[in-house]
Design a protein around this ligand. Structure first.
Ligand SMILES: *Cc1c(COP(=O)(O)O)cnc(C)c1O
Length: 385
């Protein structure tokens, strides 16, 4: 894949984004969805660290219907890049100034409470503008939204303002990646309860959506009119028991180069704190990537990397800009050699899940952790071979 001589990869460290894999994942997910269910691509947090603009272009081309981001700024960034697909904001917006920006950039906010709706309605009437809005119900996540049992009052409150057109009503699942589905089923039944109450009050329901990646993969009954897919788009499964449903490919790789090689005498300590001490003559490689790039320091002495299709142990504390490898068993390695921290090299692969499992976090957090100091290199054809 990357040639050592290629100018674009003459860097100490970088992130590869595989757009072919992204397209594959969109297609796999679309094939899996209940017919008539739309696919919303969740590209908040710079598309989980992949680069939101480039990801938006690829997934829209691959047939995604809708985009979702978390903050107003993320929405503006997409519009300024010329993305004109519908964009929903998942987070809560509360100020009149932000409402003006939403109108200006043609974004679709989430309304979570009547008082928030009131701020929007007032500002919109001053601007003589209308907005497509998405109403959020809380069915058990205990985060944003109005409680499901107040759905009718909330929807009727919003409906009284001619400034709003209710585009969708939605809720969010708290435990969809859990093998025990009881809480998810409770949330599903509360969502159903809210929908029935709306219908019983003569309210015509708009687009309805409930499922994130895990919800969509667990149960087709949760698909409704749209699913909001983040993690699965990036080729990572929300839980091991959901692997069988679709065939996803990881879309992000982290690579770096060996910048120096040296040999250490027995009893020599490595890196800050000397948490690794050589018990024999040890050859080490220094790699130009560290925790300031987003490699979790908690992986120190726990992680492996891949070089020339073989696993190599990382040793000593990971530092801000560099980390060390034990290459005693790999005498041929040279400065400039490419090291795979995450992703594939020949037949081996290291996944975001591998890292998350070894430090007690989740793959979502791993993906969002890579800093802008790492350039993103976008591949539109198959990376490997
Ligand atoms: C982030 C988010 C999603 C996407 O979740 P994944 O688990 O990454 O698929 C969906 N809905 C809401 C409300 C979110 O905040």
């Amino acid at each position: 894949m990357e040639q050592i001589s290629s100018p674009i990869t003459q860097q100490r460290a970088w992130v590869n984004i595989n757009h072919q894999a992204l397209r594959n994942n969109v297609q796999e997910l679309k094939n899996f969805l209940t017919s008539n269910t739309q696919l919303m691509a969740v590209i908040k947090a710079d598309a989980y660290g992949h680069g939101a603009i480039k990801v938006a272009e690829t997934v829209l081309n691959a047939g995604v219907d809708y985009l979702a981001i978390a903050t107003l700024t993320e929405g503006i960034e997409l519009r300024e890049a010329g993305i004109n697909a519908p964009i929903m904001i998942l987070g809560a917006i509360n100020t009149a100034d932000e409402v003006k920006e939403i109108v200006r950039y043609n974004l679709e906010p989430t309304l979570c409470t009547p008082s928030q709706a009131f701020v929007f309605a007032e500002t919109l009437s001053c601007l003589n503008a209308t907005l497509l809005v998405h109403l959020k119900l809380d069915t058990g996540m205990s985060r944003l939204g109005t409680h499901w049992h107040n759905a009718v009052d909330f929807v009727q409150y919003v409906q009284q303002f001619p400034q709003f057109q209710i585009k969708s009503i939605y809720s969010h699942l708290a435990t969809a990646d859990d093998i025990n589905t009881s809480i998810m089923e409770l949330q599903h039944s509360r969502f159903e309860e809210a929908i029935s109450a709306l219908k019983a009050n003569g309210i015509k329901t708009p687009c309805l959506h409930l499922a994130n990646s895990a919800g969509a993969l667990s149960d087709r009954a949760l698909h409704y009119d749209m699913v909001r897919i983040g993690l699965a788009l990036y080729g990572v499964y929300p839980a091991p028991h959901l692997h069988q449903k679709v065939k996803l490919q990881a879309t992000l790789e982290v690579k770096a180069r060996i910048t120096q090689i040296k040999t250490l005498l027995p009893n020599t300590g490595v890196s800050y704190g000397h948490t690794f001490v050589c018990d024999r003559l040890t050859k080490i490689a220094i790699v130009g990537i560290g925790y300031a790039d987003g490699i979790p320091r908690l992986l120190s002495n726990k992680m492996k990397v891949i070089i020339r299709g073989q696993f190599v142990d990382q040793i000593g504390n990971i530092t801000m800009d560099q980390l060390m490898l034990n290459i005693t068993n790999f005498p041929d390695l040279e400065v400039g050699e490419i090291v795979t921290l995450l992703g594939k090299d020949e037949d081996l692969e290291i996944s975001a899940d591998d890292w998350a499992n070894s430090i007690g976090t989740i793959s979502w957090e791993i993906l969002c952790s890579f800093k802008h100091r790492l350039p993103r290199i976008n591949y539109h054809k198959k990376i490997d071979d």
